[in-house]
Design a protein around this ligand. Structure first.
Ligand code: FES
Ligand code: FES
Length: 175
């Protein structure tokens, strides 16, 4: 890790409270992947244009390539690794919907798509087609043509229960 570290900061990652020094000049994307080993968050453009690096920060989808690591102080961060229910034997309904609708081809965009979908459904349980398109406008997919992805979001909205979403609401601040 970089020698230019912040003093320890507190944050919550995938439902677990953490207190760590973080590299002052690193992006959250780099910190997740290179320091914490959470490589499910993908590194695409690194300039905020592809959405492959999307994570939830205080319940909202953000491009982790545009967030500096120290900015996560007191924030709740969810990555794709935290989406599968504890135990690792089942997928989250949003993940199941993507598989069911054949919305995963090479899979590179999928973690970001799933995180954006969860962020959308946290705010809006029954989004209409234009709201789905708008929410996913920042997530690029070079494989599917988007039709299956939009279907997956509609199916996920129909399948999820409040229980499926509750973990992502915990410790969400108002900022
Ligand atoms: S890697 Fe962050 S938006 Fe592309
Ligand atoms: S499935 Fe390949 S980029 Fe989306």
């Amino acid at each position: 890790m970089s020698s230019d570290l912040t003093p320890k900061i507190k944050f919550r990652l995938n439902g677990i409270d953490m207190e760590k020094e973080v590299p002052a000049g690193w992006t959250l994307l780099r910190y997740l992947r290179e320091e914490l080993g959470l490589t499910g968050t993908k590194c695409g453009c690194e300039i905020g244009e592809c959405g492959a690096c999307t994570v939830l920060m205080n319940g909202k989808p953000v491009n982790s390539c545009l967030v500096m690591a120290p900015q996560i102080e007191n924030a709740s961060i969810w990555t794709i690794e935290g989406v599968t229910p504890p135990g690792g034997t089942a997928l989250h309904p949003v993940q199941k919907a993507f598989i069911e609708c054949d919305a995963v081809h090479c899979g590179f965009c999928t973690p970001g798509m799933v995180m954006t979908t969860i962020g959308l459904l946290l705010q809006n349980k029954k989004p209409d087609n234009s709201q789905i398109k708008q929410a996913l406008a920042g997530n690029l997919c070079r494989c599917t043509g988007y039709i299956q992805i939009f279907e997956a979001v509609r199916l996920a909205a129909a399948m999820i229960s409040e229980n499926d979403m509750r973990p992502f609401r915990e410790n969400i601040s108002e900022n």
